[in-house]
Design a protein around this ligand. Structure first.
Ligand code: GUN
Length: 289
């Protein structure tokens, strides 16, 4: 079997267009566009790229983008003061503090300071708790985007066995919660899991979110399974000095066995920003009442 390629780039473009089409009625109702504030501390090159693409996508969707770039030596208190100001600012519906933060700043304290109603990353414990008990929550963007791709590929997920590889608060745990809500049988595997290949072989759905380049091999995949590759790993390319992006799954091997698979790049990645815009619009509507 050769897997169908799940085109996350195209799906994300469609989602962004649908969101942009819903902005004018919000503007008409409230007299302002939904607003997303993104805070970047320091000069991490990857973070700078992410923040730039978030700004571009926000503006393209007709929303307001507020960018706050602070020097790496910014104190934790100064960052907390900025978060408090953004919490109090009525034109701001969503707040995203780009991670990682410099080592002298406690990211838990900063995330906890964000108003849960504006927590478009879905990282606040209040949103994690609401997701876990099935209450209305802002859901982390990468797992939300992964779920959308799965539902588009498979329709009803009920009764399917999903194996999530990775137990991070940002992807693995919320992904497992979302799949459970869809009535999947969910296994969370991680670095200490015994016989990982044997467990992955049971899965109708594999979500790989471990951050280890090409760890999941083709012979781990049950024929016809759907593979969602969340990994973005930079590895040496074919030419000396060049690098390339690969996922957590060995793509060619897995695509030869799976029923459907997300590529890297062009799979889950583009969904993350689209879901950030979706969360911003959702937060804006909830705040506007
Ligand atoms: N750094 C890398 N990805 C993310 C993300 O989705 N949200 C935040 N806040 N920081 C990140």
């Amino acid at each position: 079997m050769t897997a169908r390629i799940i085109d996350g780039k195209a799906f994300a473009a469609g989602l962004r267009a649908r969101l942009a089409a819903r902005v004018p009625s919000f503007v008409e109702k409230t007299g302002r566009a939904p607003g997303l504030a993104v805070v970047l501390v320091g000069e991490d090159p990857a973070s700078q790229v992410y923040v730039r693409s978030k700004h571009k996508a926000t503006v393209e969707a007709g929303m307001q983008s507020f960018e706050h770039r602070l020097p790496a030596e910014t104190s934790q208190q100064a960052l907390l003061d900025l978060v408090a100001a953004l919490n109090a600012d009525d034109s701001v519906d969503g707040i995203l503090v780009q991670l990682p933060l410099p080592p002298h700043i406690d990211d838990k304290a900063v995330l906890a300071a964000i108003d849960p109603a504006k927590d478009v990353d879905g990282f606040h414990v209040v949103n994690a708790g609401r997701l876990a008990v099935g209450e209305e929550a802002l859901v982390p963007c990468t797992p939300l985007g992964s779920l959308m791709l799965l539902q588009d590929a498979l329709g009803d997920l009920s009764g399917l066995h999903a194996v999530v590889i990775g137990r991070s608060n940002i992807v693995g745990k919320p992904m497992a919660q979302l799949l459970l809500q869809q009535s999947c049988t969910v296994t969370i595997a991680h670095s200490r899991t015994k016989d990982l290949p044997g467990i992955v072989r049971l899965a109708d759905i594999v979500v790989a979110a471990v951050g280890r380049a090409e760890m999941v091999r083709g012979d781990w995949i049950k024929p016809g399974a759907t593979v969602i590759d969340v990994g973005i790993n930079r590895v040496p390319g074919a030419e000396p000095g060049k690098t390339k992006l690969v996922g957590d799954c060995a793509y060619d091997e897995c695509a030869a066995v799976a029923g459907a698979i997300t590529p890297v790049p062009g799979g889950v990645g583009p969904m993350t920003i689209a879901c950030l815009l979706r969360n911003t619009l959702v937060a804006a509507h909830r705040r506007a009442g």
